[in-house]
Ligand binder design. Structure first.
Ligand SMILES: [Zn+2]
Length: 200
């Protein structure tokens, strides 16, 4: 009986490993396809099956899996300053695929705005970097964040616009090199990080 229970447990663990944890988050097919790496282009939000050039801006498409995945968590009432600061940094730095995710994929409301997320937690590609602003998400979402956070290379918890931007620039410097981070900071006219980076 004991052996049976153990076998059943092992099977459960094995099937969880194959299925890949929460929802389809770890499904490798979620990292397939090509996307426009130009963050100001509409093609940046559209994944296509075929390689080639972007239909909107003619920029050469990039393989989705070649880009560092950044999932930005959205929920009702999330502080938008904490969200937009880091996303802007990653988008400007280049080499990142930045997407938003909410618990059920439905639009969230904050600061009088309604924002449509790219994914829900059940179908988003698994992130290399997880950006979590504040602690207002639901218990279900927090459980997901705990699980996914353990596998992510970096979890950036932001609280305040400048800490979010600083944290994102530090991540860019670490993953893509100091020059990429400096370029992004200059483009954002974010002098304080540049001054600090100069002292490093
Ligand atoms: Zn484009």
């Amino acid at each position: 009986m004991r052996t049976l229970v153990c076998t059943a447990m092992l099977l459960l663990i094995a099937s969880a490993a194959i299925a890949g944890g929460p929802g389809n988050c770890y499904d490798p097919s979620a990292r397939a396809g090509y996307v426009c790496p130009n963050d100001v282009c509409a093609g940046n939000a559209v994944i296509t099956e075929k390689n080639g050039n972007c239909r909107s801006c003619d920029h050469a498409l990039a393989a989705v899996k070649s880009l560092t995945h950044v999932a930005v968590v959205l929920y009702d009432g999330v502080d938008l300053f904490d969200v937009t600061g880091p996303t802007e940094v990653f988008a400007i730095a280049g080499g990142f695929y930045v997407y938003t995710v909410s618990e059920d994929g439905r639009a969230i409301r904050s600061g009088g705005l309604e924002i449509e997320p790219d994914f829900r937690i059940g179908n988003c590609p698994w992130p290399d970097v997880l950006v979590v602003a504040g602690k207002g998400s639901s218990e279900h979402m927090r459980g997901w964040l705990d699980t996914v956070g353990k596998d992510a290379d970096i979890v950036l918890e932001t609280g305040g616009v400048s800490s979010g931007i600083d944290g994102a620039l530090d991540i860019v410097a670490k993953m893509k090199g100091d020059e990429s981070a400096r370029r992004a900071a200059r483009a954002m006219e974010y002098e304080s990080w540049l001054a600090q980076a100069g002292q490093k």
